[in-house]
Design a protein around this ligand. Sequence first.
Ligand SMILES: [Zn+2]
Ligand SMILES: [Zn+2]
Length: 317
Amino acid sequence: MGYRIAPRTMLAAAAMLLAGCATVAAQSQPAPAALQTAEQPELIATILGSGSPEYRTERANASVLIRYGDTRILVDMGNGAQARLHQAQVPEETLDGLFFTHQHLDHNEEFVPIFIHALLGGRKFMVAGPTPMEAILASTLANYDADIRYRLGRIGKTMEDAEKDYTLTELKGGEDFTIGGIRVRTIRVNHSIYTVALRFDAGGRSIVISGDLVYSESLPVLARDADYLIIDSGGVIKKDGRTGPPGAPGGLRNARAHVTLDETGRMAKEANVKALVLTHFVPGENDEAATTAVLRRYFAGPVLFAHDLMEIPAREP
Ligand SMILES: [Zn+2]
Ligand SMILES: [Zn+2]
């Protein structure tokens, strides 16, 4: 089966190579005319899943929906993301992007159903994530080949038709491209597997999603002056006195996989972000005051504690 790099990504990559910087093609681009409605569109993030790998019904695993006008990008899709997506009244077939920060199970567990529903929907969309994105997509198509062909047949389409509807990009970090009026930039960060942070800019607002990480010099570069940094809650303090971060999975001895609060505060300060949004919470009640007090050593701006279906910025009542 043929997989194609998104033409937009290729153009952006070519521009970066030619110009030696990543700011040529997409910077300051207004939203396309088609997206201009009576009101100016607004870049909004909805936290679909604010939890961590441990299964709970009250917090889905990692997932954030980015919206601008009628452009919709889903970043990570851990357990529970599909249900939250529908609670946010966003059907899979309206998504323009299925993106990943990394391929840990708590970030990609619901890729299969979301991808297949999007594919059956017939809208053009982009799949993008770090390695092994290509293998995950290939195995999904192979495992569900007969099922997908059967469902496509019921709506008069073939697999060959459907393959024209999506593109695949294996993110390395350093990408810079535009999708539906949203400028997207990525950078590699330090985690136990290949991980990228993603930045979204549109309509004068910027939102960064860190993915899971430990301190990374690269993150403040990507997140420079951003309005919101949605970040791994790492060392959040719990009311029972427990303090993260959890140990690294996979037997990585003496290695951490998640930030400490000091690291979060340092990166927020270095990036000069306007607001922090902590997410990816382990079970237990967060001690928001104690957690914020640690972050205040470095960061004076708003500190928000994510919950499922929380909108950023918060909606006016
Ligand atoms: Zn995670
Ligand atoms: Zn992870």
